[in-house]
Design a protein around this ligand. Structure first.
Ligand code: SF4
Length: 171
């Protein structure tokens, strides 16, 4: 079992979404919103290394990350997102990548989430309390992924209206 940046980001948003994704259910293939996000990702940071893979092990659990981009000289990693609707998820995903970098011996990176359509950026820093929280999340996600049944739907119906899994949960 691997826990990825997407696992962390989805878990921060909705535990059920993280579980569905882990089962291989991928409604996002069909989502226009996700297709737009992919296009933005491809166009961003043409001159920086992209899709850098990271792997680490924490408490016997395999962690993997795919960074959208990084400026290795300046110690900045990038994430590209379409909208701020799931900003908390984006921040935790980016903190997870900063943590992965620290676990593999690169502790001095900072993160920058870019929203090209909004012309905005969001700096992200990994604090000691974030590392504690990420460790807790990794253990909770590992337990969640071992569960044969999904958790309940997220009570925040507004969130579901924007989720690519809505049909799966409510259809
Ligand atoms: S539709 Fe709602 S309950 Fe279902 S995965 Fe998305 S956010 Fe979670």
């Amino acid at each position: 079992m691997n826990i990825s940046g997407y696992s962390i980001g989805y878990y921060a948003l909705c535990h059920r979404k993280a579980w569905l994704k882990q089962q291989g259910i991928d409604m996002e293939q069909e989502s226009e919103v996700v297709a737009l996000g992919r296009l933005l990702h491809e166009q961003a940071y043409e001159r920086t290394p992209k899709d850098l893979m990271l792997e680490a092990v924490y408490a016997g659990i395999s962690l993997v990350g795919k960074l959208d981009g990084a400026n290795l000289k300046d110690g900045v990693l990038y994430e590209v997102k379409k909208s701020k609707a799931a900003e908390e998820s984006h921040i935790w995903q980016t903190k997870f990548y900063l943590w992965l970098l620290k676990l593999v011996g690169c502790p001095n990176y900072t993160g920058l989430i870019q929203y090209p359509l909004l012309k905005k950026t969001q700096p992200v820093v990994l604090h000691p309390e974030d590392e504690v929280r990420l460790g807790e999340m990794v253990h909770a996600i590992a337990a969640l992924f071992r569960s044969p049944t999904p958790p309940d739907r997220n009570p925040n119906r507004k969130l579901c209206a924007k989720c690519s899994f809505e049909e799966c949960c409510y259809g």
